[in-house]
Design a protein around this ligand. Structure first.
Ligand code: AMP
Ligand code: TRP
Length: 346
């Protein structure tokens, strides 16, 4: 007699957990901004949520000049391995490659048809990625519609991302709202969840610019790579741009110094004011050494775990295959709802 009651309780609890979806592009190795802005919160909350995380390999095609097929295949596995190396548990989360679930592309087409062009031209990521390019593929413009499909197919309530993705999640809400108005209630409206500290990590060589994957390859010293060797990390962090003052003054911290403080704060969870008090009047070298130590402590086990996982690509593929199966089951149910709502697929 007690068994059914217990089962009902467990089901109630799981249905109360927020449904979460997020993803990253497999463009290059990940950096500390990806970790602090997104991955860390995915891992920290994995017991409280019903979550899916994908490697968005179809999104990586939006700049086709930058795609080398063999490299893309490698990076897709590598980014999945990094998810796991950072602590994401494939038993508690559904982890998969976007291209393994064809419903994403199909749903994306239907959403493209309800998305006004003006909404897409307004996206700052489109503007910055299109800037200076002679020719831009249509996929770069419709990129956020595919992202909306990623999110809406799983009825996600929450999308944990860094600050730069908030605009895309808001666009997803707008697309869902418009679809629901045109075709009846079909989609859940998601919201972006950004971390309290680390939502926007800046470049170490230029603290006015966001730490980014594309700059990371061109400019050594720009980013703290999660897979960088200790010597490289030391060089990057010790040569981070600060300012011309010799000593640290919390009240007058320049953008470069503030970025270092943010990194230390996000990694150690020590309050900013207390870090400030500890370094007041000391040289910047001391602050940088503390950042280096905190970074090494965090990334060394991640790199070691990553290397171990990459030694067994067949096992990685098995895990991703199971993830794709679980994701497809859910995506197919939503897509059936969407197709019925618009009148295709009879
Ligand atoms: P991307 O590197 O654009 O694929 O981003 C993957 C995830 O990392 C997204 O949730 C971004 O918002 C987040 N992210 C990327 N760069 C940064 C950064 N510099 N600071 C904080 N979060 C970031
Ligand atoms: N556009 C995101 C980025 O550049 C990646 C992404 C694709 C994503 N689909 C997503 C993030 C769905 C969250 C949810 O970081």
């Amino acid at each position: 007699m007690t068994e059914p009651a217990l089962a009902a309780t467990a089901a109630d609890v799981s249905s109360q957990r927020p449904r979460v979806l997020s993803g990253m592009q497999p463009t290059d190795a990940l950096h500390l901004g990806n970790y602090l802005g997104a991955l860390r919160q995915w891992v920290a909350r994995q017991d409280e949520q019903d979550a899916l995380f994908c490697v968005v390999d179809l999104h990586a095609l939006t700049i086709p000049e930058a795609v080398d097929p063999a490299e893309l295949r490698h990076r897709s596995r590598a980014v999945a391995a990094l998810y796991f190396a950072c602590g994401l548990d494939p038993e508690r989360n559904v982890v998969f490659l976007q291209s393994h679930v064809p419903e994403h592309a199909e749903c994306s087409w239907i959403l493209t048809c309800v998305t006004p062009l003006g909404w897409l031209y307004r996206m700052t990521q489109f503007k910055s990625k299109a800037e200076g390019r002679e020719s831009v593929g249509a996929g770069l413009l419709t990129y956020p519609v595919l992202q909306a499909a990623d999110i809406l197919l799983y009825d996600a309530d929450e999308v944990p991302v860094g600050e730069d993705q908030v605009q895309h999640v808001e666009l997803t809400r707008d697309i869902a709202t418009r679809f629901n108005r045109l075709f009846g209630d079909t989609f859940v409206l998601p919201r972006a969840v950004i971390p309290g500290a680390g939502a926007r990590i800046m470049g170490l060589d230029d603290p006015t610019e966001k730490m980014s994957k594309s700059v990371m390859i061109e400019r050594p010293g720009h980013a703290i790579g999660l897979l960088d060797r200790p010597e490289v990390l030391k060089k990057t962090i010790m040569s981070a741009v600060t300012d011309s003052q010799r000593e640290f003054r919390f009240e007058h911290a320049s953008p470069g110094v503030r970025n270092l403080l943010t990194i230390l704060h996000a990694l150690s969870e020590e309050p900013l004011e207390s870090i400030g008090a500890r370094f007041e009047g000391r040289g910047y070298g001391d602050l940088k050494k503390a950042v280096l130590e905190a970074v090494l402590e965090r990334v060394t086990p991640i790199r070691e775990h990553y290397e171990a996982l990459m030694r067994d690509p067949a096992e990685l593929d098995r895990i991703l295959g199971r993830g794709a199966e679980a994701a497809r089951e859910r995506a197919a149910a939503t897509l059936a709802r969407v197709k019925a709502a618009v009148g295709v697929g009879i």
